[in-house]
Ligand binder design. Sequence first.
Ligand code: COA
Length: 260
Amino acid sequence: MQLNNLLLEKTERYAIVTINRPEKLNALNTDTIRELQQVMQSLNRDPKILSVIMTGAGEKAFVAGADIAQITSLNEKSGSEFARKGQQVFREIERMRKPVIAAVNGFALGGGCELAMACHLRIAAEGARFGQPEINLGIIPGYGGTQRLPRLIGISNALHLLLSGEMINAQRAYQLGLVSEVVAGDQLLTRAKALAETFAGKAPLASAYILEALYRGMDTGLDEALEIEAAYFGKACATEDMQEGTRAFMEKRKAAFKGR
Ligand code: COA
């Protein structure tokens, strides 16, 4: 796979995907979105890869948004297609079978904040900044921001950010529940790698079922969501890893999961 806008590094059990246009603060142009889709689809299919870290190249930005140079020429039809394409790629990331950790190393604005929100969890460097500044350009978020932000931080806080275009720092993002941890800038990747290793050490099918149950359940009412949970609990009970995990507990040893 020829990658011009991303870096892909694989370890034995997890991958690091780095958006790599630092001279444009890693702004997402259509080529980058397309590469992101290809890479994430291939990582989702790769049975050896058990978790993924998403980050941005350089010191300054995770991703400073969709590429504004490409937005200026959009009209109603091409604009909604532009949004739909990004939404589709981000939704595929959210529905991946393995945990995706956003390691937010700087500006996460517009499409960058939306990309971080489409990952399963977010950790931030102290200097990270979050925001949905689209309103300042006379547009609205188009990669899921009007939907995922209120789901993550509540309607009032989301509307404040969406309508003001204001940026918040990492501490505020933590207070609001937008990120689960804030760490020193030079510790961000170390911490992300430790988390990726932790997730990769768990039973892969159980991880996939947690993600499935959570995201499918969040889109429906509680009764149906609990049914979904029960169905995936049943599936987990039918795995070899369930036999191994429960036996290892009884035998006071560490489980060796196989993803079966
Ligand atoms: N799209 C396209 N190019 C972008 C970009 C974006 N979203 N964000 C930054 N860039 C480019 C700048 O145009 C500049 O390119 P140039 O050197 O060729 O002029 C380069 O990245 C560096 O950005 P610059 O603005 O000079 O850095 P800064 O430190 O002064 O400001 C920001 C940083 C993040 C505050 C500022 O770049 C910004 O506001 N970016 C846009 C954020 C935004 O509105 N995102 C939502 C888009 S829908």
